[in-house]
Design a protein around this ligand. Sequence first.
Ligand code: GDP
Ligand code: CA
Length: 334
Amino acid sequence: MQITVLAGGVGGARFVRGLLAHLADSPDPAHRDAEVTVIGNTGDDITLFGLRVCPDLDTVMYTLGGGIHEEQGWGRADESHVVQGELAAYGAQPQWFGLGDRDIATHVARSQLLDLGMPLSQVTAVLCDRWGLPGQGVRLLPMSDDPVETHVVVDDQDGRRAVHFQEWWVRMRAAVPAQQFVAVGIDTATAGPGVLESIRAADVVLLPPSNPVVSIGIILGVPGVRDALRGTRAPVVGVSPIVGGRPVRGHADACLRAIGVETTAGAVAGLYEDFLDGWLVDDTLGTDLGSVRQRAGLTVRSRPLLMTDVPAAAAIAGAALDLAADLQPQRASV
Ligand code: GDP
Ligand code: CA
């Protein structure tokens, strides 16, 4: 069984960790032997102090490899910040992006291999080897080997300008209204090796509750990805990142506002309308199910969607696979 997942950072990583736990516990041998391909967002990538940083890929890698800072959701456990303190003593910029010492080693290793001319997909595979992802049946594929960087158009007392996504998200805490997101480099980017194939050849495609605009939305902008999702014979099932009309964490509401979309489970499903077969919402507060516009070809179910721990995330992944299994005949006949 081939399962392909499109993932951002924390939401994507926790979902995939739950998916692996669910598959490992399954009585179905096809599940236990399943191969999981994670297509990671690289729009958040940034070069800092000469080092290439890929926050979403690293969040997935650390989470699946057991090295994640659990409470924070990103970065390394048992982290120290000696290098950052030394950089600050020199006045080196920027100071607003948190880089721990253990994490910096990842960026040094990555940058060294990139500088040798290795494509990001191969570099990522090398890094993931250390964290044991292949042994768990997981491949982590950057959406593209070509650099793509999400920039945000803002307009404040310093005037109208574009800043890197990380500056908006981390330094400005998304408090300055975003006028527009621009994925610099995406039009000429090529999908990474295996990306389109893994969607076309999948038995199931899953969208975790990742940010619909700056995570999933960016991956969908890579030429060919949307067409592959429309064309695949695999059912495509998503999990809403909006619960009770609000993002569970982060600033997805500010991102949705910038593209003129309401912060509801239904409005997010609308962004995927051309390829989405199944959508999981969490109607605990009685608001989310009703926000989804009914249409032929979309099946909606309500389940508890808070990934409070690994078993909770596993149950969500299991519900997504169950829904996909029910939708298989319908999709295959299209
Ligand atoms: P980021 O790159 O670290 O921001 O992570 P992602 O793009 O993968 O995911 C961010 C989205 O995940 C946010 O919009 C959150 O609302 C959503 N999210 C985070 N934790 C949960 C959860 O436990 N349940 C659900 N349904 N969504 C979540
Ligand atoms: Ca991210």
